[in-house]
Design a protein around this ligand. Structure first.
Ligand SMILES: N[C@@H](CCC(=O)N[C@@H](CS)C(=O)NCC(=O)O)C(=O)O
Length: 213
């Protein structure tokens, strides 16, 4: 099994967490996003979208982190990333998708680069953009977590799952851009709980072999 990723990629971070939770060994191929490896023919042959992660597994190449997480969950059911009930699964997927579909894509490297050039925005404007969209998504997430008794030690109950896997990398990104996370007490509490688990801690960008300053 080979994971194409980058230490700072939050979508690859999600897959690293899931592989760790399920105790699956894997090799890593490092795609240096800042140097543009993702646009080179060698990697476009792996993922024509030019994005990480991609996971080579069972003789095929999977892309899109949420699809990869669900594949891993279906093929390696223990520990489960989704709850047993349909309503619970809908809730967990919705929480994960707030991050993965509504926050992350508009804060992606290629979007930030496009804001800089050709659109001409400076670093301050780009950081304002970045934090604005995290804040907007985190406010919604915080309300959903605070207002639902299914929230437990983790986003849904007392076991880590798909929503936590999406949330943790986004909090790491928020910290990196110095967003004040105090307005989101449930998010920060769940983040701290997750980071006490080896599966999450070992997947952190700072712990990856390709890490740079
Ligand atoms: N929806 C995709 C997003 C993948 C994605 O955006 N990956 C980023 C890193 S987190 C990337 O490869 N960016 C390269 C670029 O922006 O050029 C997923 O969940 O896998």
């Amino acid at each position: 099994m080979q994971l194409y990723g980058y230490f700072r990629s939050s979508a690859a971070f999600r897959v690293r967490i899931a592989l760790n939770l399920k105790q699956l060994d894997y090799d890593s191929a490092f795609i240096h996003l800042r140097r543009g490896d993702q646009s080179q023919p060698a990697f476009l042959g792996v993922n024509p979208q030019g994005l990480v992660p991609a996971l080579e597994i069972d003789g095929q190449t999977l892309i899109q982190s949420l699809a990869i997480l669900e594949y891993l969950d279906e093929t390696h059911p223990e520990p489960p990333l989704l709850p047993p009930d349909a309503a619970g699964r809908a809730r967990v997927r919705a929480l994960a998708q707030i991050v993965a579909c509504d926050i992350h894509p508009i804060n992606n490297l290629r979007v930030l680069r496009y804001l800089h050039r050709p659109l001409g925005h400076d670093q301050t404007a780009i950081e304002t953009w970045y934090n604005h969209w995290i804040d907007s998504g985190f406010r919604a997430l915080e309300g959903l977590l605070a207002g639902d008794k299914r929230t437990g030690a983790f986003c849904h109950g007392d076991r880590p799952g798909l929503a936590d896997i999406a949330l943790v990398p986004q909090v790491v990104n928020a910290e990196r851009y110095r967003l004040d996370v105090h307005p989101y007490p449930n998010i920060t509490r769940i983040f701290a709980t997750c980071m006490k688990l080896d599966a999450f801690a070992a997947a952190h960008p700072e712990r990856q072999p390709d890490r740079e300053e």
